[in-house]
Design a protein around this ligand. Sequence first.
Ligand SMILES: [Zn+2]
Ligand SMILES: [Zn+2]
Length: 259
Amino acid sequence: MKFASLGSGSAGNALLVSAASGTTSTTIMLDCGFNLRQTELRLGRLGVQPKAVSAIVVTHEHQDHAGGVFRFARRHGIPVWMSLGTYQALAEDRNGVEVNICRDGHAFSVGDIALTPYTVPHDAREPLQYCASDGRRKLGVLTDAGQSTAHMVEALVGCDALVLECNHDRTLLDHSAYPAFLKQRIKSALGHLSNQEALEILTNLDQSRLKKVIGAHLSTTNNRPDLARKALQEGIRNPATGIGIACQQEGFGWVAVSD
Ligand SMILES: [Zn+2]
Ligand SMILES: [Zn+2]
């Protein structure tokens, strides 16, 4: 199994997870927060044809995650998965798109990849984050959560790789020019994870299999890659665990989930 990002941050998110077994291969796109042109361009950068995407799995209705979902799905005939709440919150034209509803704790499969949705605290109707597995390895994805919960930490047990939100540095956010209401929203229990909270989640996490952590959804105003990296570095227990940082423009290239 391997994964890559088309871009990560408040201006757009999309993650690819790909697995192959024998003669078949499956690539799913987790969120599609870019417009059609940008999505196709960024897929091309990662060597993926739109037709090779087997499904789009959506975390929640915010523009930076769902903004491009239905257009891309319609154009290329790709089925979509999301929670009922996300479906109801999205007012876009869904004509001609196959939509499947999923919910917390109920695993489903797309080709060679099993996905397990889990609930997170975020200011959306029914936000879900996902773990993906090819039966041998497990990738955990966690962005857009306001705080650490026992349910999240439980869902991420036994991950071989983890994409973890490091949205902001508390001090940078406090001193930024953002209006007070926005700072409050970001910091709230339904907002976004700070570097400090990402560190706390890592500290509480079962890291027995963890080989790779990628910091994601960084704010370009209220965070810096070196600060996010430092927090993740502090949180990992095995010094051999690799650390990466996703960026808005480039995301990150293919990362193999290996032994
Ligand atoms: Zn977001
Ligand atoms: Zn969000």
